[in-house]
Design a protein around this ligand. Structure first.
Ligand SMILES: Nc1ncnc2c1ncn2[C@@H]1O[C@H](COP(=O)(O)OP(=O)(O)OP(=O)(O)O)[C@@H](O)[C@H]1O
Ligand SMILES: [Mg+2]
Length: 490
């Protein structure tokens, strides 16, 4: 059989001789030779033993329960498979043929070892094993789900997911930290990187665009830690955010006008608060004729316009060289005749270049930044510029900020797991040394329902003539703005 080592026959023979005992009932007395890899401690009588009496309702499904027994059976079959198969040859097969090959051998092992399981259970086990050998192992079923926002793996035995804003522990686990590390390696090798003790931190991307971070031992103490921000194929639109109650319909109309009249926008928020999603929503109001350049660490934005240039930063190579920073990209952008520049996340000295671009004829540029309030966002911008080594007086920096940023939109992940836009704020000027901002819309929490969901609403602050009124007028949108503000202020 292609894919097996040339010594496959004796190997299977030995396996067959050593493993006549049903695997489902591992006993301490089992010959050690049959289990070259560390065998898990003998478990209580297996659930699989109960399988022949399928009519008994008590018969637990080996697969569904994800019990010790299941992992033990899987581990035994997996070890036998690895002993039998030639991985180098397998790697040369296309995925379908490789799956077929694994299927044949696993079926053979199951019958030799007289493992008792139903067809469905066998199919599930096979899928699991194929994922281990060919894909991302236990992560595969999570990667296949579209409702998961984040996957967080803290060592082999603890896998958390975020679904609908809530973080929950799953029953998914890896065989051991070595398997987890192998999978991390497989992920990062796709972007030409390596993760090991000498370089334990690595950012990468899955083929589907999901953002990945790996940090391994010795920096992470309880095994490799893997964090995946799942890529959403169908990006949320502003209408979706209205539907979810993240923003009220009237406040959304204010945002539409802000987007269409080319205000420079900063989206501020904590980690995972929905900044990138909101940025993506705001790009929907860019005209199709405009030339837009996006700069990101890992391309997440999905602009629908035809004239978009997407740029991505580059981490250092294995020798620690070749970094292309966000600042390099933003500066290069300016030589590419952009009409709008979109920076995925402003986190360093590129803040200076983005502000300059906003100030010099690239109206309608946008970016996101980590901050817990619009005021804090201003402070963060200031410190990014001062820490970037620009020896400008604070007053000049503040004037630059005021001259560039028109609107700050604050996103927040609330304590009930929901994500909301909690502020639409405009930057209106400086008074002495202080940047003056005014809120146009804020989210007011009014209470909590029985299920612990927050109740609240978006309210206007009474501003009817915002600072960007003239701009809205220039784009013939003042009536729409007046109307939308009127409604939010009611
Ligand atoms: N208003 C919303 N309602 C429901 N889900 C949302 C909302 N906004 C964003 N999400 C989901 O939350 C997750 C995180 O969103 P997003 O990537 O935009 O956050 P972020 O603030 O950019 O995170 P990070 O700080 O890690 O870059 C995504 O899965 C996204 O689909
Ligand atoms: Mg983001």
């Amino acid at each position: 059989m292609f894919g097996k080592r040339s010594v496959s026959e004796p190997a299977v023979g030995k396996l067959a001789a050593a493993a006549r005992e049903p695997v489902a009932a591992p006993r301490a007395a089992q010959p050690a030779a049959a289990q070259p890899a560390a065998q898990p401690a003998p478990a209580a009588p297996s659930s699989a033993q109960a399988a022949p009496q399928a009519s008994k309702p008590a018969a637990r499904s080996v697969v569904d329960t994800r019990s010790e027994d299941y992992y033990q059976i899987k581990s035994t079959i997996f070890t036998a498979l690895i002993d039998t198969i030639d991985l180098a040859q397998l790697a040369q097969l296309d995925p379908d043929s490789a799956r077929e090959e694994i299927r044949d051998i696993v079926n053979e092992i199951i019958s030799i070892k007289a493992v008792v399981m139903s067809i469905a259970e066998q199919e599930h086990l096979l899928q699991d094993i194929c994922n281990d050998v060919l894909g991302y192992g236990p992560l595969e079923p999570l990667l296949a789900r579209d409702d998961i926002a984040d996957i967080m793996v803290n060592g082999a035995n603890r896998v958390f997911i975020e679904v609908q804003g809530k973080v929950q522990l799953t029953n998914i686990r890896f065989r051991d930290n070595a398997q987890l590390m192998n999978i991390c390696q497989r992920i990062v090798s796709q972007v030409g990187r390596r993760v090991d003790e000498s370089s334990p931190i690595c950012d990468a991307r899955l083929l589907d665009g999901s953002r990945v971070n790996v940090i391994g031992p010795p920096l992470s103490l309880d095994g490799p830690t893997l964090t995946i921000r799942k890529f959403k194929k169908d990006k949320l639109k502003l209408e979706d955010l209205v539907k979810f109650g993240s923003i009220s319909p009237d406040a959304a109309r204010v945002l539409q006008v802000i987007g269409r009249c080319r205000c420079n926008i900063l989206i501020s928020g904590g980690t995972g608060s929905g900044k990138t999603t909101l940025l993506n929503c705001m790009t929907a109001y860019i005209d199709t004729e405009e030339r837009v350049i996006t700069c990101e660490d890992a391309a997440e934005l999905q602009l629908q316009q035809p004239h978009v240039v997407r740029l991505e930063t580059r981490p250092p190579n294995l020798e620690g060289q070749g970094t292309i920073s966000m600042r390099d990209l933003v500066r290069n952008c300016l030589r590419m005749r952009p009409e709008r520049i979109i920076v995925g996340e402003v986190r360093g000295p590129e803040a200076f270049d983005l502000l300059q671009a906003m100030n010099t004829g690239h109206d309608g540029s946008m970016g996101t930044l980590h901050a817990n309030s619009p005021r804090e966002a201003m402070g963060r911008l200031e410190s990014m510029i001062t820490m970037g080594g620009f020896s400008l007086p604070m007053k000049t920096i503040r004037e630059m900020i005021v001259g560039s940023i028109d609107i700050i939109i604050q996103a927040e992940r609330m304590r009930d797991g929901s994500r909301r836009i909690t502020k639409i704020t405009e930057v209106i000027g400086t008074e002495g040394d202080v940047v003056i901002t005014q809120d146009l819309v804020t989210y007011e929490i009014q209470g909590e329902d029985e299920a612990g969901k927050l109740r609240g609403k978006h309210v206007g602050t009474g501003v009817v003539r915002p600072n960007f009124w003239e701009r809205a007028r220039y784009y013939n949108l003042e009536k729409e703005l007046a109307d939308a503000l009127d409604k939010v202020n009611q």
